[in-house]
Design a protein around this ligand. Structure first.
Ligand SMILES: Cc1cc2nc3c(=O)[nH]c(=O)nc-3n(C[C@H](O)[C@H](O)[C@H](O)COP(=O)(O)OP(=O)(O)OC[C@H]3O[C@@H](n4cnc5c(N)ncnc54)[C@H](O)[C@@H]3O)c2cc1C
Length: 293
């Protein structure tokens, strides 16, 4: 454990896509999986509170002081794609759009939708990120994890994990995701996959506010319904609290118009939940993960 060097009092604002974040007591950005494991062991042995962030694209971090350690995985970005078999091994910090482009260049089909999700594979597995009826779990074979309880490393096959709509076992266990193994369809037409990937990105940027800081869809869609539609129907499209606004482009997005605080975002989330509950009798469950709440 020679490389343990934490930074102190780092503002997490630049580690989230909504551009809001409090200060973390200690911060680390390991550049290899073995360094990542060393940090996690250190945290455990010193009994420190810790949190993992990937690309911070699904996070509301309270604008306050967070005791303990924040470890960001975004430098853990090694990926191997076997063109012939479609087998992929990705470190947890690999960005999904990078993976989408590499898959397309390798003639591997199935990951064209990943282009529109600005998160890491670690965050995507934990969230079971998806687009329409395609979820990352569909392509997953196994996950290498560190069990923070006993500091053991395991390879977990998908059959031992639970995945549902925006849910995985990793939301309730103490495992840190180190690497993921996935399988895509090999030997396909590179041009067709590349075109589809580009088209998917165009579709996303046309219908969602990619030009503004956000954390993607705020709420999970209720069964047989759409959170965005419900929010629009209760009259909250475009509604603001301070710098936090329900997007005019997509009502299930909250955007930061430049100077939003975490409290304004939180108040807007709560107000949306209250209005939709009152007027529609439906409780909207946040998809966004919250730190400090
Ligand atoms: C413009 C925009 C569009 C989006 N579109 C979509 C979409 O179409 N579909 C969709 O599903 N999501 C979408 N999202 C949300 C988000 O990108 C996904 O949920 C993504 O998978 C989160 O990955 P992340 O690396 O940013 O995770 P983070 O936000 O950094 O973290 C999310 C959770 O994962 C945990 N975590 C991260 N890495 C690890 C790890 N290695 N081990 C253990 N826990 C870990 C964190 O502790 C946290 O609880 C969108 C977001 C934005 C900003």
């Amino acid at each position: 454990m020679g490389n343990i060097k934490f930074k102190n009092n780092i503002n997490l604002l630049n580690y989230t896509t909504i551009k809001i974040g409090g200060y973390t007591e200690f911060f680390a950005e390991p550049s290899s999986i073995s360094e990542f494991i060393d940090y996690l062991k250190w945290v455990k042995l010193n009994n420190l509170k810790y949190r993992i962030i990937g690309a911070g694209s699904n996070l509301l971090i309270k604008n306050t002081f967070h005791k303990g350690v924040t470890i960001c995985t975004r430098k853990l970005k090694k990926i191997k794609i076997n063109k012939l078999s479609g087998f992929v091994e990705a470190e947890c910090g690999v960005m999904l759009p990078v993976m989408a482009n590499l898959l397309a260049q390798s003639g591997c089909e199935g990951g064209e939708w990943l282009i529109g999700i600005p998160g890491t594979i670690g965050g995507a597995v934990l969230m079971n990120a998806g687009s329409g009826n395609l979820w990352i779990s569909k392509y997953l074979l196994s996950v290498q994890v560190l069990d923070i309880k006993n500091l053991s490393i395991y390879k977990l096959d998908k059959k031992h994990l639970i995945f549902n709509y925006r849910f995985s076992s990793f939301q309730t266990n103490k495992f840190v995701i180190l690497k993921a193994n996935l399988m895509f369809r090999p030997n396909r037409n590179v041009k067709q996959i590349t075109d589809k990937t580009k088209q998917n990105l165009r579709n996303k940027t046309k219908s969602q506010p990619y030009h503004l800081p956000s954390f993607g869809s705020v709420f999970k869609n209720p069964t047989n319904n759409y959170a965005g539609k419900l929010i629009e129907e209760v009259g909250l499209k475009g509604f603001s609290i301070g710098g936090a606004q329900v997007s005019n482009m997509h009502s299930n997005f909250i955007v930061n118009n430049g100077d939003a605080t975490s409290e304004e975002i939180y108040q807007l989330i709560t107000l949306i939940q209250q209005k939709v509950q009152q007027k529609k009798g439906i409780f909207l469950h946040p998809e966004v993960r919250m730190i400090g709440y």
